[in-house]
Design a protein. Sequence first.
Length: 354
Amino acid sequence: MAISQNGNIVSSVGQFKTLEQFIIEQQHVLPYSTGAFSRLIRDISVAAKIINRDINKAGLVDIIGDAGEVNVQGEDQQKLDIMAHNELVRALIRGGECCVIGSEEQEDLIFVEPNSSGHGEYIVLFDPLDGSSNIDVNVSVGTIFSVYRLEKFSGEGKPTMEDVLRPGVDQVASGYVIYGSSTMLVYTTGHGVNGFTLDPSVGEFMLSHPDIKTPEQGTLYSINEGYYRAFEKGLREYIKWIQTPDEATGRPYTSRYIGSFISDFHRNLLRGGIYMYPSTAKNKNGKLRLMYEVNPTAFIVEQAGGIAIDGTKRVMEIIPGSLHARTPLFIGSKQMVERVQQFLSGELTLKNAS
Ligand code: AHM
Ligand code: MG
């Protein structure tokens, strides 16, 4: 963006690379790329723009509320997360690059019928609107997506659930869109992480954050401390250690928890920090979903130099038991995640940690 002489904000076209230009330039780094992947990202970005528009007018029109109700126009009133789900499904089916879609908002997989040019070769899994319980109080929300390639699918019959239940290390791309004070799309194809900001004046995502790297050590920690008493001992000690003043390590660290995972993750990615959703007495496997919340953000954080574990092991190596499986998560700056792991294993305690 730039400010013109009369004070108006002028379009950034020409000053920044558009998402479309960037994707075309990057096509050569994907060995299997035939242009289909570029079209897939474009389809997702189109849905993101529509979701962005709907979210922005959420306070003006009658679309906040429970699904199943009927609004004054007699139309079905939909919650924004169902609207977001529908927009993504529509865009992906229209685009034709996808053979299977999985969504937090739908129990079963959606199998996409082939179009005139055959079956799409990608599997896309998403949380259409993460943090949506915050939307009517104007907190940032996001779309999180994970992309797999179905190499062995012959086009005969249907892909199966087994084709979909693959570990995060098999992802060919992942990303998220954050609908915040500005709207950003951040994604990786395993060749670094790039962030694009939506310029609303021209409706284009512009490359604003090339090659994002997360600090190795940060000072932010994000966890719902209301559950403190339900945490295991090692985690309780780690939190006490974080809060203990120490000049050399810059403690106490700063607590930041929005309750909208993608917003907490995005801030920590750029600034340096750790996000934790552990196992609790109530939720043994934590709360976050492995396939469309955890794996995509883990792929991004690793590409940015950070790590993501479930407490003991790398989350991207977990073999998913089901589409909607959950896992505890510790994700963020490398040194911070390594340190919490040492507390969780009992190697470090409040007494012996410096
Ligand atoms: P959701 O996918 O049903 O919205 O749940 C995930 C959300 C995350 O965005 C957020 O970090 C977390 O739930 C907050 O949970 P809690 O209120 O238990 O801290
Ligand atoms: Mg979510």
